[in-house]
Structure formats: C-alpha cells, structure tokens
Design a protein around this ligand. Sequence first.
Ligand code: 6CS
Length: 316
Amino acid sequence: VTWRFALEEIEGSVQHAYAEALKERIEDRSDGKIEVDIFPYGSLGTSAQLTELVRNGSVSLAFASPGHLANTIPEVGLFTLHYVLPDDPEVTRQVLASPELLDLFEQPYARENMKLLGFVPEGWMAWTANKALRTPEDFDGQRIRTMTSDMAEEAFRAYGAEPSQAPYSQVYSDLQLRKIDGQSNPVFAIEEMDFYEVQSTMTLARPAQFVASVVSNLDWYNALPENQQQWLDNGLKDVAQIAWETQEELNQTRLEKMLEEGHLEVVRLTDAEREAFRQASMPVRDIYLERTGESGQRIFEQLRQLINDTETGSQG
Ligand code: 6CS
C-alpha cells in the first residue's frame, strides 16, 4: 500500500522533516508493507488545492495551515489571531499537543471530511517589509500578503495595513515586482523561500507561532485496519517532538545565516512596542467570535483555560 503525504513546504522545511520522520516510522513498523510517498510543495498545488486533494481522497495525508483553511473551517481562524498564544513557546507546545484541544477541533474538521491528526507549531511569525514595523502606524498603507483566507487578513487590517491573499508560491515574485510591500512567516521559511533577498527588514514582534495542522481524509482514516491506524497514531506522537526540535534548530540557524549575509536588517521589538500591537490586535478577537459563533466561543474560552492550566502547571 502507498500513503501519499502532501506538504505545503519545500524540501528542507519543518514540514518536510516531519514527513520524513513519519515515513521512516510507518515504513519500519509496517515492515515495508506501507510505503509513504512524500510530495513537497510545488508538485501538487497550492495549500487550498492540497486540501481539496485530501477531501476527495486523492492523497491520504496533508498539511493544512489554518491561515489557508479558515474559509473552509472558520474555527481554525483562531491561529491567525495575534497575541493569543502565550509568550512561552514551551507552553504553546504543550497546549497544542493536548488531547483536549484536538477534541475541540475534531468536529469542525470532520464536517469537511477531514480527520485532524495534530497541530504542528513551526516557530514565531516574523514580519518582513522594506522598512521596520515598530508600531501599528508603520503598517499604514503597507500592502501585506497573507495566507488565503479572509480571517488571515484581519490581523493586518487592524494595524492599518492593506492585506491581500496569495498562495505561498506567489509571494517571492509579488515581493520582487513590488506588487506587495511585505509578508509574514516563520524565520526558517523566510530564508528557504528567499523572501529576505527581496526585503530590507525583518521585524520580530512575536505575534503568534506559525501553526500548521496535519490532516487525513476522514473516510480513509476510519477505514484503516486497526493495526495501521495504531502505527499512524503512534508515529504522529513520536514525530511531534522531532518537529519541535527541528523548528527550533532551523529557525535559529537560518536567522544566523541571514544575519551573516548581512543585507537583511533585523529589528526586535521591546516589550512596550509589542504591547502596542497587542492592544491594536484586540478587536480582531471579536471578528473571530462573530464569524465562528458558539463553536468559536467555546474553543476560544477553552484555549484560554488550557493556557492558564498549563502555565500554572509548569510553574508548580
Ligand atoms: O505562508 C504560507 O502560505 C506558508 N508558510 C509556511 C511556513 N508554511 C505553509 C504555508 O502555506
């Protein structure tokens, strides 16, 4: 049997490391009976197209980033909000791995014939542009590319930017041709997609972790023989830790590489500067709650509760 696994990122990325590690485990445990075929970004289409391929069963497994998925599953728009996830990445890691959180999202994914297999944090979002973005006012009139959902635009509209949606593969040329002024992505991605070559400044405001989700077709998952389902579930648990370490390492080493090359200016915001963005981001929470109704409200409240419990737990 062959399991096809479609990625939203190219070779050498966090998603690629995750897929390679999962492939190794599944092929080992199944004694070669299952072969996992990995399709890095570019081979099958944009994120929205990958999601279609999972839903119609053409691929078994795929990454689906909330920033692209939120038009289909409004609840995942949660991960496009700024300053909701905690400052301590370790708390975020624990919260995103908690079965309670996955349970909350199970139905919203199932509604669209997808099985949510896990959330994968890939590092802090960083903003790039041709100027430093130290205050919300600095965003005034800036054309900022976002992932392809309406919710993804709102965070930047709140700062006064002019957001526009585009697939990942289009970002480099849009920046180069100055159709857009800036974009937002984790550091490792800014390096591997060469965005830093066509931007002057990267601002580190730590607004949110980039969070991806791993999904499969729901009917495919439900029809898996029990032993195969177990190989998959156990494999996913193992690779979560590997992915976490990989993103830390890639985000660190690639930041160093870009700094060494020397043409990208890197600006780290102070706590006071971050606070101004946090304030400006608050109304976006209401937009999320309006668009998701009771279901979003429940998820938002439980996320806050989980964060609280995890923070208290890790102090005690
Ligand atoms: O910005 C994007 O569209 C993409 N960024 C990353 C780091 N992964 C996948 C996503 O589609």
